[in-house]
Design a protein around this ligand. Structure first.
Ligand code: KG4
Ligand code: ZN
Length: 344
């Protein structure tokens, strides 16, 4: 059976990533290699991603990461059918590094170039990992994004709601910072929250009473900060209780919104199996995952959470969009531009 081999390049934030993915004519995919280099060390001292440092690290590492991805895939560079590179949204310096490298490779090898929307890459990953069929609902919760997206088909997306201020991962990171838990904050908050009492502090659930699929986390973050300041200096138990209270609040918010989004999905697609796909780094949170499983169960919906390594930024998801679009005959010219903002 005919299959397409696609090289994917991802450099829109703080991971330098490349992967090789194949897709056969029936739509089944497989990952031949998936190499990710996270820039934890570069940004650790700054408590967040520094765009200029990120771009420089991508310049330094990308060629090596691509070479490694091709080697681990057991192919020659000339064997690929297309090069897919993230063209946005993201930190523009890094996006330019990856997209320009992708263009150069496509031109030198005389292969198809596909400029990929990073959000689309998160949205379609579940078709690679779990062969999820259209339509489905996606909840993307990462350091840069928090949104519900209706995925109707390749290239056919509808945003059903998003954050009006901070992204959920960003809220975890900011809370971690003000509790002096280090960066990235999500895993640290989750770990310490296990030792805490989620009911000692009741933090606000912004927007929760409103009938809209949007998120707001900045008021919650402020409430956490005020509590931490009021209790300073914080004992270890205070930190754990605050983390647990914060996590309980965001878990309730995410679960409630997901229930509402699934209800809307059922109304709009009464014939379809309701499916909720979760992506982004926050999908790794066990407490949130358990709440979503319960919500999906109560709504008679299928919950799909791709493996953590494919929920966070990686090259395989970018290569996969390339493969899906290649199958539809969609391609880009070398003039395609990098876009810091690019809604789905
Ligand atoms: O998708 P991702 O790796 O990168 C992008 O933002 O694109 O997501 C990273 C975010 C960070 O904000 C990190 O704190 C959060 O995901 N995160 C978590 C957990 N693991 C990572 N948040 C809550 N609980 C976790 N276990
Ligand atoms: Zn991402």
């Amino acid at each position: 059976q005919a299959q397409a081999i696609v090289l994917g390049i991802e450099t829109s934030c703080d991971e330098t990533a490349a992967a090789v993915v194949v897709r056969d004519d029936s739509g089944r995919g497989a990952i031949l290699s998936n190499v990710v280099r996270s820039q934890f060390d570069e940004h650790a001292a700054f408590g967040g991603v520094v765009p200029e440092l990120a771009a420089r690290a991508h310049v330094e590492w990308l060629d090596h990461i691509i070479a490694q991805a091709v080697e681990e895939a057991g192919i020659a560079l000339g064997d690929i059918d297309a090069v897919a590179a993230t063209a946005g949204p993201g930190l523009i310096g890094g996006v330019l590094v990856g997209l320009t490298t992708g263009k150069a490779l496509a031109a030198a090898l005389d292969k198809t170039l596909i400029a990929v929307n990073h959000l689309e890459a998160h949205a379609l990953t579940a078709r690679l990992t779990d062969e999820v069929q259209f339509p489905y609902l996606m909840l993307l919760v990462s350091g840069g994004h928090s949104q519900f997206v209706l995925v109707r088909d390749v290239g056919d997306y509808e945003r059903w709601g998003g954050t009006i201020d901070d992204a959920l991962g960003e809220a975890f990171d900011k809370v971690a910072k003000l509790l002096s838990l280090g960066h990235p904050g999500g895993p640290a908050v989750e770990r310490i929250a296990r030792e805490g009492d989620p009911e000692r502090f009741r933090f606000p659930r912004p927007l929760l009473r409103e009938e809209r699929l949007d998120f707001s986390f900045s008021g919650l973050k402020t409430a956490v900060r005020l509590k931490a300041e009021a209790l300073a200096p914080l004992a270890e138990q205070d930190v754990a209780d605050i983390a647990a209270g914060f996590q309980a609040a965001v878990t309730e918010i995410v679960a409630t919104r997901s229930r509402q989004a699934l209800a809307r999905f059922r109304t709009e697609f009464p014939e379809a199996e309701p499916q909720l796909v979760v992506a982004g780094g926050v999908a790794a949170n066990a407490r949130i995952g358990a709440a979503l499983r319960e919500t999906a169960g109560a709504m008679g919906a299928r919950l799909v959470v791709p493996p953590a390594a494919l929920c966070t930024d990686n090259g395989a998801m970018v290569a996969w969009v390339g493969a899906e679009r290649l199958a539809l005959g969609v391609k880009d010219g070398l003039e395609v531009a990098a876009r810091p903002r690019w809604p789905l």
